[in-house]
Write a protein that binds this ligand. Sequence first.
Ligand code: BMA
Length: 293
Amino acid sequence: MKLRRYKGNPILRPGKENKWESGAVFNCAAVYAGGLIHLLYRAIGEYDTYISRFGHAVSEDGLNFKRFNSPVFEPQEDYEHFGCEDPRITHINDRFYITYTALSNRAWSGSGNRVALSSTTDFKTYKRHGVILPDMENKDAVLFPEKINGKYVMFHRIPPDMWIAYSENLKDWYGHKIVMRPRGNSWDCKKIGAGAPPIKTEKGWLEFYHGVDEKKAYRLGVALFDLNDPSKLLARQDEPILEPEEDYELYGDVPNVVFTCGAIEKDDSFYVYYGGGDKVICVAISSEVEKLD
Ligand code: BMA
């Protein structure tokens, strides 16, 4: 699989008219529900604090998005004092669950990231469920969209590997186990992390993930996990599906970055939303679709 960039990229740039998103908008969650594609995106206003919050944007075609003037989710609790980052949305039983990276007071100490959970039904009001994983450095958590063998399932990332965990109530997680590791001498040799929440396909759970190399370049890859036992890796593509090539990926606030937190299935294609250079929001698509030209 190779992704093809939408020619209208970036689809969202920093919103100069709104201070809270005037610095950067990137790394967005995506969900397709009720005929609309919703993005929850990470937004930076002032660079002196570099605190992230989430904005909301909606679209009917997945390419042209309408955004709103106010952020919908901002740091409020101690555990997210320095920011709410990299949201991922999973739609379960009429509720949208959002896993995100909560940056505590220990931010930038090397162990300040925790995985937190919130949920919403309307993208306007949010319920906080708190920090949901053990008190150690962790991020890149994605919830599966359905229970498997009676349990909720999640991938998460204790550096440098991707892990799986199970839960009965979405709050207490157990059975932590490594499911995928970085590969030596490869574009994903340094660390890896889940990107979009897994998508169910006939062949298995499709996982779009990111990999980091020795030079800190971020690329996107794809892997397939067993439908009944998602701890079992079935296949992993050798080549990345997307790597920094365009100016908006090579140069940004952080150079050489494509980073996904969400993908949707539409018209027999996968639309993978990603941040370019930690600065703008883009989309790349899994198949040749003429109308995108
Ligand atoms: C990761 C995350 C992402 C970011 C990436 C590249 O560790 O913090 O939010 O896009 O680094 O800077």
